[in-house]
Design a protein around this ligand. Structure first.
Ligand SMILES: Cc1ncc(COP(=O)(O)O)c(C=O)c1O
Length: 425
């Protein structure tokens, strides 16, 4: 045990996060404990100002280096109308992977002319919704997409071809998408055949290539290798290089800045693909991760063979730990005291429902508030109803004002889908 005599390390929290004179955590100008009074726990809290400035930084970083650039927010990383709306207001387009994401993006005010639809198993509904909305590009992932678009379209649809550039990105296996065995895209050896096939279809207008090598990539050389691999193929007028830039989850991580990423990527594009192409990128995680935190209430503290601190959420609102083993650094907030080593666990009926193991927290006690920073990406996305948990609200904070962006699910919401089946006579 050691006494916490240093202030909470805020560098993982949204930029501008502070402690007030009473030592209380303040995000987006709002005291987190006050937000909890109003909105309860668990809750996703988004710093709207930080989100807006991140979106602007991305747009500036690319358009200042390559005028014909479009930053598409990867809506899968936070598919809420409010988040996508903020992105659109700050100059981003949107990438969507299904009809539902497209509908949420439109509800957020995003313009289909600045949208791209991709996905490895697009249904007729996905494609028809995108074609009817006149999205900027539909990404062809496979020959079945070619057949479907040819059948569904009544005028030529601008398309990109997703290719698998044969890159084994150094990230979690489940986040690798650009290697030869990937379920996404067309491997290099088949590309010319698929290009020829697309060109035979009058309802498909092939404009360029799309690639995405994976997520949480911290080594910029991998993106340069992606561009170099694309340059070995036929030259096109449009390139969508996907997303994937990694972020800092724990204080020992090092992540490139958006400017460093744009510098290296655009330089590689100019070197290998030329200056006159239309360039798109699809950042998700690096756009939203740091701008969101999750706040929980400690429900039980049990000291046995190990010290278990259990909170009122877990894998219902954060699947990143169980899916990818993503480390997080939670903190008991608004409290000073001795540090206690514990396992922070969730409330779901599964031993794998652990937020972090062997971690030092300030004297955890029932009723304390626990904040987990860097939960802005993919946590809301994959929130679920395990143990009939109600999915948490999303609260936007800006200049000391809190607004509800997504309300907490109710038990009525859960019951509204249920139908009873009568016993046979
Ligand atoms: C095609 C595509 N584009 C963009 C993204 C966003 O990636 P990230 O959130 O790592 O930036 C993904 C997610 O893996 C993706 O599959």
């Amino acid at each position: 045990m050691s006494t916490q005599d240093l202030p909470l390390d805020l560098s993982l929290y949204p930029e501008g996060t502070s402690l007030d004179p009473d030592g209380r955590l303040v995000v987006g100008g709002c005291v987190v404990a006050d937000l909890v009074e109003q909105f309860g726990t668990p809750a996703y809290i988004i710093d709207e100002g930080a989100l807006r400035s991140r979106a602007r930084a991305y747009v500036d970083a690319f358009t200042s280096r390559h005028a014909s650039s479009l930053v598409l927010f990867a809506s899968k990383s936070f598919p809420s109308a409010a988040v996508i709306g903020v992105m659109a207001q700050e100059g981003c387009g949107v990438d969507v992977a299904a009809a539902g994401e497209l509908m949420i993006a439109r509800a957020g005010g995003a313009d289909p002319a600045r949208m791209v639809l991709h996905g490895n198993a697009k249904t007729d509904l996905d494609l028809q919704t995108a074609i009817d909305a006149k999205v900027r590009y539909v990404v062809v992932d496979n020959l079945d997409d070619v057949d479907r678009i040819a059948r569904l379209a009544s005028s030529p649809v601008p398309v990109l071809l997703r290719v698998s550039p044969g890159i084994d990105a150094s990230t979690h296996d489940a986040m690798m998408t650009g290697h030869d065995a990937s379920k996404f895209g067309i491997p290099s050896r088949q590309i010319s055949e698929v290009v020829a096939r697309i060109r035979r279809e009058p309802m498909l207008d092939l404009r360029g290539l799309h690639a995405h090598i994976g997520s949480q990539i911290l080594d910029l050389e991998q993106f340069e290798a992606e561009v170099a691999a694309l340059a070995k193929l036929e030259h096109f007028e449009v390139y969508d290089l996907g997303g994937g830039l990694g972020v800092r989850y724990v204080h020992t991580d090092n992540a490139p800045t958006v400017e460093e990423y744009a510098d290296r990527l655009v330089a590689a594009v100019h070197r290998h693909l030329g200056n006159d192409i239309e360039l798109m990128v699809e950042p998700g995680r690096s756009m939203v991760a740091r701008n969101g935190i999750t706040v929980y209430r400690v429900v039980t503290v049990k000291s046995g063979a190990r010290m278990h601190v259990a909170v009122d959420g877990g894998m219902g609102d954060n699947l990143e730990v169980s899916l990818y083993g993503q480390p997080f650094e939670p903190s008991v907030i608004d409290k000073q005291g001795p540090m206690v080593t514990c396992d922070v666990v969730g409330r779901h009926c599964e031993s794998g429902d652990t937020l972090v193991k062997d971690f030092d927290l300030v004297d955890p006690a029932v009723g304390d508030l626990l904040a987990v920073p860097v939960t802005g990406a993919y946590c809301f996305t994959m929130s679920n109803n395990y143990n009939a948990a109600r999915r948490p609200p999303v609260v936007f904070c800006r200049d000391g004002v809190a607004r509800l962006a997504v309300r907490r699910e109710t038990f009525e919401d859960l019951m509204s889908r249920e139908q009873l089946i009568e016993r046979p006579a």
